[in-house]
Design a protein around this ligand. Structure first.
Ligand SMILES: [Cu+2]
Length: 270
């Protein structure tokens, strides 16, 4: 692909900046990624591209610098990693019933889903979270999604989609709140900010059988497993981390892992 004059000019400026940074020894992780943006040739550019900065398409100086950076820093990473596998789930508590929704149950003080589900997440330092919003609706006297995983700093709205009142509350240490009684037309939709990591057990003051769980996690990288325990996390930064698999309030399995750029790692629990 040919670069336009503007791209060429931008490219030269970036290249000069890179050279200056190298000269000053100010080559932190962010600046090492400058070569990602040094060559923005329209549609061919994508952040995290695996084509080694599309080196072959670069002007000579940018190419030389990128090759130098690649050789000088073997831990340099621009491609995203994936981890996938299977979590051995606890045995289900009740016989399977066709078309029955999965639910949150409490047995001997242990909170779990039925059928069992795992939440797999990557623990590490991923920078501060940006405010996010999501919803946990109630319909037919149940939470539509009884198990919700969110990152710390997420505001969850609790819309009532029934023709009756609900009153969602929690006594959990990670978040204690009581929304009071509200109907479907309540505006703004009752909500809570989940600013502490941990498990938040949800109840309804009106319907005692209603159970829900919010797992508040200090990471943007998490996924629920399928009913067979299979999971997949993609778009992960390379590095050493702890991978955790929550299966109920008493059990969180963990493994130390090393993710490599552009590679898919297979991790089964246990
Ligand atoms: Cu209710």
């Amino acid at each position: 692909m040919r670069a336009t004059a503007q791209e060429q000019s931008c490219d030269e400026q970036k290249t000069a900046e890179m050279a200056e940074r190298v000269r000053q020894g100010a080559l932190d992780r962010q600046s090492r990624n400058v070569c990602q943006c040094a060559w923005r040739s329209g549609a061919s550019f994508r952040e995290g591209t695996t084509a080694a900065c599309r080196i072959s398409a670069m002007p000579h100086l940018a190419r030389s610098i990128c090759i130098f950076l690649l050789l000088a820093r073997p831990d340099f990473s621009i491609a995203e990693a994936t981890v996938e596998g299977r979590v051995e789930l606890p045995k289900r508590q009740t016989a399977p019933v066709a078309n029955k929704r999965y639910q949150v149950i409490t047995k001997a003080g242990i909170i779990a889903t039925d059928p069992p589900t795992a939440v797999v997440y990557l623990e590490g330092k991923f920078g501060t979270s940006t405010p996010a919003r999501t919803q946990m609706p109630q319909k037919d006297l149940a939470f539509v999604t009884p198990l919700l995983a969110v990152r710390t700093g997420t505001t969850v709205e609790f819309p009532n989609l029934d023709d009756t009142y609900h009153n969602i509350f929690s006594y959990s240490k990670a978040k204690r709140f009581d929304l009071g009684r509200y109907r479907s037309d309540e505006r703004p939709i009752p909500s809570q900010l989940f600013d502490q990591p941990g498990l938040v057990a949800l109840h309804c003051d009106i319907h005692q059988h209603m159970r829900g769980v919010i797992l508040v996690l200090d990471t943007p990288h998490f996924a629920k497993s399928d009913p067979d325990g299979n999971y997949r996390l993609s778009g992960l930064p390379a590095g050493r981390y702890t991978l955790k698999a929550w299966t109920n309030s008493a059990t969180t399995l963990e493994r130390s892992i090393e993710l490599k750029s552009g590679a898919t790692l297979r991790v089964d629990f246990p």
